[in-house]
Design a protein around this ligand. Structure first.
Ligand code: THU
Length: 143
């Protein structure tokens, strides 16, 4: 991806590093697949999260959803410029549910955040709108 003109571009490496650091807090005793996420906001703040599993497997919370919940409980509504997702053992891109959760949050501020998907060494970058085309969101309900 051409990053020219993106005001958050110089912080992308830092954002990926924050997601990799966050995965140390993962609680993933069942899958052993630790994931970290880091959200970058227009005011420069970073909010992180890591996956939280449960003995009732289906109750698992993904890293991105934890990060969004933390940010929203800090009072944030939108302003999401970019986020990174880091898998400890393989490249991780947001699951379908997280794409929907991220879309809801981003749409509150009208942004289409960059999504930096990272593994131990590799990285692939997308816009959220590429990962979730034709989204269902708050705008849909107001139409
Ligand atoms: N996981 C995430 O944290 N984010 C994703 O977007 C994909 C999956 C977690 C959930 C579960 O704890 C582990 O990865 C294996 O599925």
């Amino acid at each position: 991806m051409n990053r020219a003109g993106d005001p958050a571009a110089e912080r992308h490496e830092e954002l990926v590093a924050a997601a990799r650091a966050a995965l140390a807090q993962a609680y993933a005793p069942y899958s052993n697949f630790r994931v970290g996420a880091a959200l970058l906001f227009a005011d420069g703040a970073l909010v992180t999260g890591a996956n939280v599993e449960n003995a009732s497997y289906g109750l698992t919370l993904c890293a991105e959803t934890v990060a969004v919940a933390r940010a929203m409980n800090d009072g944030r509504r939108g302003g999401l410029l970019a986020l990174a997702v880091a898998g400890e053992s393989a490249l991780a891109a947001p699951c379908g549910r997280c794409r929907q959760v991220l879309h809801e949050f981003a749409s509150l501020g009208g942004t289409d955040p960059l999504v930096l998907c990272a593994g131990p060494t590799e990285r692939r970058d997308y816009r959220l709108s590429q990962l979730l085309p034709e989204p269902f969101g708050p705008d849909t309900l107001e139409a």
